[in-house]
Design a protein around this ligand. Structure first.
Ligand code: ADP
Ligand code: MG
Length: 253
């Protein structure tokens, strides 16, 4: 997509759980070619928001638009096929399958080309196409030296990178990443940040939830801060870090 184009828009998204308002009239916009961080203290409503955006859950009220089309209430698979790809907080790889196979399975299961209906009965041409696409994504994220290694044998940073390759296999225009830097060593974080910048510069829209503030502030273009289900600040990393409401939310506990 052309850089700057709106990819995802949340309008007044509200999610109640009984008396608790986990997301309260949240507005959010993500553009092609930007990395946006959604941050906030524990319990602020970040994961709930991710669930509303990716169709894992349905808002009590409000609307979500993906590339201009309403997707509120559509299932997560349908939304994934439109081009919204999500990684989860905990690694969900098949440890005894190779790096290449893990990505190929992602391409198969989340493909936009209707291969889902054929389940596992792929013809030779289709299988070759899937494998070529998967190999392309493995190279794109820099894991080509591990193409045929078991996913379970990789270091955590490489497993996270592999998850991103798998998310890329469905040719998304938006990546939602839930705590991609959690548990990574410094060198792994540096490599991850480099990969995300590369994808952004290719025009990908990236929305991430992340607790590691050094990682966030050095990487992202824009930050949205949540507390008690609401947006309390939005802006450039430097601005947001100095915002009194943000300092209060983090320190005032
Ligand atoms: P964060 O990801 O920012 O830490 P969450 O979105 O997980 O916050 O949670 C926001 C609030 O909503 C919390 O108070 C949490 O307990 C509550 N919550 C989240 N999911 C559910 C649910 N399925 N049922 C009831 N309450 C929930
Ligand atoms: Mg969470």
């Amino acid at each position: 997509l052309p850089r700057g184009q709106v990819v995802l828009e949340a309008r007044a998204v509200t999610r109640r759980f009984g008396g608790l308002v986990a997301n309260n009239a949240m507005d959010l916009t993500v553009h092609a070619g930007e990395i946006l961080a959604l941050i906030g203290p524990n319990g602020a409503g970040k994961s709930t928001m991710f669930n509303q955006l990716s169709g894992v859950d349905t808002p009590t009220s409000g609307q979500v638009l993906f590339q201009g089309a309403p997707i509120t209430g559509r299932g997560s698979r349908a939304i994934a096929r439109l081009g919204l790809s999500r990684s989860f907080q905990h690694v969900r790889l098949l440890p005894e399958m190779s790096v290449l196979e893990n990505v190929a399975i992602g391409a198969h299961l989340r493909g936009r080309r209707g291969v889902l209906a054929s389940a596992w009965r792929l013809d030779r041409a289709e299988e070759a196409r899937l494998m070529a696409e998967a190999a392309h994504q493995v190279r794109r994220v820099g894991l080509e030296a591990h193409m045929f290694d078991d996913a379970g044998s990789l270091a955590l940073g490489q497993q996270r990178t592999l998850e991103i390759a798998r998310a890329l296999a469905s040719d998304p225009s938006l990546l939602l990443l839930d705590e991609p830097a959690a548990g990574l060593r410094l060198q792994e974080k540096v490599a991850l940040a480099e990969l995300l910048r590369k994808l952004r510069d290719e025009g990908m829209a990236i929305l991430l939830v992340e607790h590691d503030m050094d990682f966030v502030m050095g990487l992202v273009d824009r930050v949205v801060v949540m507390d008690f289900g609401q947006k309390i600040a939005e802006g450039l990393p430097d601005e947001v870090q100095k915002n009194p409401a943000v300092l209060e939310a983090y320190l005032g506990g």
